[in-house]
Design a protein around this ligand. Structure first.
Ligand code: UD1
Ligand code: CA
Length: 456
C-alpha cells in the first residue's frame, strides 16, 4: 500500500485571536487546536507527518515536542501553496499526501478515511454553505466535474453565488503535488501562492478531481477568533454529551457538562450540572457525580457517590465510597471500597483500606490507613518537616480522636485509640489508648479582663 504523509498547515498569524499566543496553541476541550489535528493524524499516517509553522516561532514545535513530526519553518508566509512547498522536501515522492490545517481542529478520522478510500489523483473535501462568503468556490463544468477553485477575492459575481466551497483539506499523490506546486505563481488578488490553483492544473492535464463531504459540518469549521473558538467548544461538548446520553448516562443538563479528555461511563451513571472531566476518567456502574465536581485522570468504582464540589485528581476510588461535599483528593491516592471522605478533607498520596472514614476537616498526606479506621475531625498528618516528607501508617481498627496531629514518621498500631486533641510524635502501641494532652485545670475566681473606661 502507498504510504500516507500528512502535512498540517499552521504558520498563519491568527491576528483576530487578539492574543500573544499562536492561534493553533489555543485550547479546545482541554487540548491545543493543533494537538487535535495531530492526534487525528497519528491514527492515519503511515509516512511522515509534517507541521508547517511560522507565526509564534518556536513555541509551536516546543508545545508539540511529544509528537513524532517534522516541523518546518515557513518564513515569510506567502500562501497555502508556498506552505505546502516548504514541506515537500520532507515527503517521500512515492507516497500520498493529505493536507490538514492546524486551525481546523475537529476533522474526524472517518471523513479523512473516506477521502483516502480510492487513491485518486486529487480528492477535495468540500461542503455546501448557505453563506459561502470568504471561501474558495468549487467551480464545476456543465457535466458537473470540478474544473477549478476560485478564491473569494478573485471570483466573479457569478462564481460568488456558488455555495459549494473548498474546506482546504485535500489528498493528492506526492509526486503530482510537487509537479503542480513548482508551477504556481502569485498573480492574484492577494499576491499569494494558492494551493488551490493545483486543481485547475490537474484538470488541464486531464485528471478528474474527486470530492468528498464531511459527515458533520463542524468537522471543517476553522477557528479565526475567540468567538468561533467558543462556538466550536460548545459544539464539541454538545457532541460529547449526546454520546454519553446515547450510552444511557443521565445528565442533569447536557449543556452544563465539560469533557476535556476521555470519559468512560458504566451503566446508570448520573452526572449533575457543572462537572468538568479532564484527561482519562472512568466511572463505574451506578456512580453518582454531584454538581460542580472536577475530576481528572481518575477511576471511580461502582456505586460510589460523589457529593457536590469535590475535586479529584489522579486518584483510584473503589466501589460504594462516599466522597464530599467539598472533598479534595490529590494525586497518588488510592481509596478502597466503602471509604467515606467528608467535607473539607484533603487526601494526598495515601492509601485508605476498606470501610475507613475521614468525615470532617482533615489533612491526610503520605499515609497508609488500614481498614475500619475512624479519623476524627481536624486530624492532620504532619508529613513535612520543612525539608523532607515522612509517612504515617495507621493500622486496622484505629480510632483517631478529633483535633489530633500525627507527626510523621509514625505508626499507630492496630486497634489503638488516640485521645482527642493530642500531638502524637512517636509510635502508638496496638490496642491501647494513647494521648498527649495538658491536664485540664480550673482557676477559681478568675475574672475576664474588662475594657478600660474612657471617662476621666
Ligand atoms: C483557504 C483556501 C480556501 C478555503 C479556505 C477554507 C487557499 C488559497 N484558499 O483560504 O479555498 O475555502 O482556506 O478555510 O488555500 N497558512 C500557512 N501559510 C501561509 C498561508 C496560510 O500556514 O502562507 C495556513 C494558515 O495558518 C491557515 C491555513 O493555511 O491555517 C489557511 O490559510 P488562510 O490564509 O486562512 O486561507 P483562506 O484565505 O482562508
Ligand atoms: Ca481561513
Amino acid at each position: 500500500m502507498t504510504k500516507l504523509n500528512i502535512v498540517i498547515l499552521a504558520a498563519g498569524r491568527g491576528q483576530r485571536m487578539n492574543s500573544d499566543k499562536p492561534k493553533v496553541l489555543h485550547s479546545l476541550a482541554g487540548r491545543p487546536l493543533l494537538q487535535h489535528v495531530l492526534d487525528t493524524a497519528v491514527q492515519l499516517t503511515t509516512g511522515v507527518t509534517c507541521v508547517v509553522y511560522g507565526h509564534g516561532g518556536e513555541a509551536v514545535p516546543k508545545a508539540m515536542a511529544k509528537y513524532e513530526a517534522d516541523f518546518v519553518l515557513q518564513e515569510p508566509q506567502l500562501g497555502t501553496g508556498h506552505a505546502v512547498q516548504r514541506a515537500l522536501l520532507h515527503l517521500d515522492d512515492d507516497s500520498f499526501t493529505l493536507v490538514l490545517y492546524g486551525d481546523v481542529p475537529l476533522i474526524q478520522r472517518d471523513t479523512l478515511e473516506k477521502m483516502l478510500l480510492e487513491h485518486q489523483a486529487l480528492t477535495l473535501l468540500t461542503i455546501h454553505l448557505d453563506n459561502p462568503a470568504g471561501y474558495g468556490r468549487i467551480v464545476r463544468d456543465s457535466a458537473g466535474n470540478v474544473s477549478c477553485i476560485v478564491e473569494d477575492k478573485d471570483a466573479s459575481a457569478e462564481q460568488r453565488a456558488i455555495c459549494e466551497v473548498n474546506t482546504g483539506i485535500l489528498a493528492v499523490p506526492t509526486h503530482l503535488l510537487g509537479h503542480w506546486l513548482s508551477k504556481l505563481h502569485n498573480e492574484n488578488a492577494q499576491g499569494e501562492y494558492y494551493l488551490t490553483d493545483i486543481v485547475g492544473m490537474a484538470v488541464t492535464e486531464g485528471f478528474t478531481v474527486h470530492t468528498v463531504q464531511p459527515a458533520n459540518g463542524w468537522e471543517v469549521a476553522g477557528v479565526n477568533n475567540k468567538s468561533q473558538l467558543a462556538e466550536l467548544e460548545r459544539i464539541w461538548q454538545h457532541e460529547q454529551a449526546q454520546l454519553l446520553l446515547v450510552k444511557g448516562v443521565t445528565l442533569a443538563d447536557p449543556a452544563r457538562l465539560d469533557v476535556r479528555g476521555k470519559l468512560v461511563c458504566g451503566r446508570d451513571v448520573e452526572i449533575d450540572v457543572g462537572c468538568i472531566f479532564e484527561g482519562d476518567v472512568s466511572l463505574g456502574d451506578g456512580v453518582h457525580v454531584g454538581a460542580y465536581c472536577i475530576i481528572k485522570n481518575t477511576q471511580i468504582g461502582a456505586n460510589t457517590y460523589l457529593e457536590p464540589y469535590s475535586h479529584i485528581d489522579q486518584v483510584s476510588i473503589g466501589d460504594s465510597c462516599s466522597i464530599g461535599p467539598y472533598a479534595r483528593l490529590r494525586p497518588g491516592s488510592i481509596l478502597n471500597n466503602e471509604v467515606h471522605i467528608g467535607n473539607f478533607v484533603e487526601i494526598k498520596n495515601s492509601e485508605i483500606a476498606t470501610r475507613s472514614k475521614a468525615n470532617h476537616l482533615s489533612y491526610i498526606g503520605d499515609s497508609r490507613i488500614g481498614s475500619r479506621v475512624n479519623i476524627g475531625a481536624g486530624t492532620i498528618t504532619c508529613n513535612y518537616d520543612g525539608a523532607n516528607k515522612h509517612r504515617t501508617i495507621i493500622e486496622d481498627d484505629v480510632f483517631i480522636g478529633s483535633n489530633t496531629q500525627l507527626v510523621a514518621p509514625l505508626i499507630i498500631g492496630r486497634g489503638a485509640t488516640i485521645g482527642a486533641g493530642s500531638t502524637i510524635t512517636s509510635d502508638a502501641p496496638e490496642g491501647e489508648l494513647t494521648l498527649s494532652r495538658a491536664k485540664q485545670i480550673t482557676l477559681p475566681g478568675w475574672q475576664r479582663p474588662r475594657k478600660k473606661s474612657n471617662v476621666t
